[in-house]
Design a protein around this ligand. Structure first.
Ligand SMILES: *Cc1c(COP(=O)(O)O)cnc(C)c1O
Ligand SMILES: [Zn+2]
Length: 437
């Protein structure tokens, strides 16, 4: 099947070979995306093909990304694929979270079950496989944490050298540890995320570095399969709403592209509404969507939020996300630090757990139900983007009443659960346990 890169701007639509090393359209500077000439007749057989592959133990079919490879046919040779068995993430029913949000039912698609603990793995298997195809040996990214963890793992698994650029002092220890353990050259730069990204884009070609930031169109291809796996797991029933946090807005662009393409080839008969949730201290897309216009996007100068994975002031993928919201009749919501912290604790109490950015999903759903955008009986799937253990420091502070907003305001531990010091005294401990019954 023919695959190519195409400029995302409607006014340009310039096409480039699929193996070009480009991050932006050379003609107009627009974003690039992978595109294909779909064969809708062949697509009618994909559902059965994909379901049958679950019985196959080969590495390729065990991947929850590459099992759906007919939907991401940008490689000529599947022998170049680098997989850590990403995807395969569960749909989890969460009655407690549904109740909190004011819904009859709520299901989470938990991307934190991925090999390095976030949805970045869905995209990275594609980005690194493309790097191998291009013959690259050095790969790099700027990251708030999860991209670097994922890139380091996949690059090392492929025998490539990962180089990670991090904003100095603004990364959770869990994520930094992963980059180190997976063998990345780890550079902590004294600048914020957006500044470092601009810097690295300048030096990439000179340094021979293949960039795997979310501007990389192949990562978007892998993340598309989150949508496909979701509806496969739902036996091809399409939810009314799919809700996720938004930072750089790559993930909502990808999940939206997944739904739009499934619709285009006839795998699904309708589209869900996509809802994106931002943290109030880092919500340029929310502001933009109040009065959207070409050229009307205003970055946030100093984004601040404890949900570091969505602490992005100048999201590169906003034009794609805007298009997804228009085409799915979607919305964007914003939530406070307190709302994120409480929603996160509720997800924990449900026995599920997630990192702070992911909890924006539930906080956002709750607001969208309260303002009647989402109806209580709607079929809602919330995407939880990252694993609970990514940010243990945040959790400890919340439960012990020490969590503060970036501005220094205390956050109330509404669902706090402190550890209790006790002596090894049987009567005292039994007395405590009796109260639990
Ligand atoms: C990267 C990330 C996000 C933000 O996704 P974008 O594609 O940048 O919008 C949200 N949550 C987690 C856990 C992430 O790792
Ligand atoms: Zn262009």
């Amino acid at each position: 099947m023919r695959s190519y890169l195409v400029c995302f701007r409607d006014s340009c639509r310039e096409e480039y070979p699929i193996d070009s090393v480009l991050y932006q359209c050379p003609k107009c500077g627009g974003l690039l995306e992978a595109a294909y000439c779909w064969d809708c007749t062949a697509a009618s057989g994909w559902k059965a093909l994909w379901r049958n592959r679950r019985l196959d133990n080969s590495a390729l079919e065990q991947s929850g990304v590459w099992r759906y490879r007919e939907s991401i046919p940008f490689l000529e040779d599947v022998g170049q694929i680098v997989s850590l068995r990403e995807g395969n993430t569960p749909l989890l029913a969460a009655p407690l979270a549904a109740q909190y949000a004011g819904l009859d039912a709520l299901t989470f698609k938990h991307q934190g079950f991925n090999p390095t603990g976030s949805f970045k793995d869905n995209g990275m298997t594609c980005g690194i496989s493309q790097a191998v195809r291009l013959g690259k040996t050095l790969v790099g990214c700027v990251s708030t944490g999860n991209t670097s963890a994922s890139m380091a793992a996949y690059a090392s698994a492929a025998g490539l050298k990962p180089v990670v650029f991090l904003p100095h002092g603004n990364i959770s220890f869990g994520k930094l540890s992963q980059a180190l353990e997976y063998g990345a050259l780890t550079l902590q730069v004294h600048a914020n995320f957006d500044q470092i990204l601009a810097f690295v884009r300048q030096i990439a070609d000179r340094a021979g570095l293949y960039l795997l930031n979310s501007i990389n169109p192949f990562r978007i291809e892998g993340q598309k399969t989150i949508a496909i796996e979701m509806v496969d797991q739902l036996d091809w029933r399409v939810p009314d709403w799919v809700v996720m946090p938004g930072g750089n807005l790559g993930n909502c662009s990808a999940i939206g592209k997944g739904f739009l393409e499934m619709h285009e080839v006839g795998l699904i008969g309708r589209l869900p509404h996509i809802a994106v949730v931002q943290s109030a201290g880092s919500a340029p897309f929310f502001e933009f969507m109040k009065a959207p216009s070409e050229g009307g996007f205003r970055p946030v100068e100093s984004p601040e939020t404890l949900a570091t994975a969505i602490r992005i002031g100048d999201p590169v993928s906003w034009p794609k996300a805007w298009s997804v919201l228009r085409r799915t009749n979607g919305v964007v919501e914003r939530v406070s630090e307190q709302e994120i912290a409480d929603a996160k604790a509720v997800i924990g109490r449900a026995g599920i757990g997630c990192e702070p950015a992911s909890a924006a999903t539930l906080a956002g759903i709750r607001k969208l139900v309260a303002n009647h955008t989402i109806q209580p009986d709607d079929h809602v799937v919330g995407v939880l983007t990252g694993n609970l253990l990514k940010d243990p420091d945040y959790i400890y502070r919340y439960h012990t009443g020490q969590l503060k907003t970036p501005g220094g305001e205390p956050i109330t531990s509404t669902y706090g659960n402190r550890p209790i010091d006790v002596a090894a005294n049987a009567d005292a401990v039994v007395g405590m346990l009796e109260k639990l019954q």
